[in-house]
Design a protein around this ligand. Sequence first.
Ligand SMILES: [Zn+2]
Length: 91
Amino acid sequence: MPVAGPNTPRAPRRSRAARPTPPLGSLTQAAHRESAVCGSCGSERVTRLSMALTDGTEVQFVSCHVCEERSWLSPGGPLSVASVLDRTRKQ
Ligand SMILES: [Zn+2]
C-alpha cells in the first residue's frame, strides 16, 4: 500500500481543528479507543463495535464503509476471523 508521508503535498483540506494524523505505522497499536480507522484503506468511515469474546478477550470489530474491509482488533493486535471464532467457541 503506498503510504503518503507527512511531507507529501496533497490538496489541503480546510479544517480548523487540524487533527494530527497518526502515521500508518502506528496502526499496529490499533486499540485506540477514540479513533478507529480501516486497517485496509485507512478510512475513518468505519463502524466499530467493542465486545468481549467468550474467553474474555476484549476485541473491536471494525467494518469499513469504503472498501468493506472487516477486521477484528484485540489489545494484542489484529485477529483473524478464524481466530475470533475459535475464541468464541472456547468456554
Ligand atoms: Zn477500508
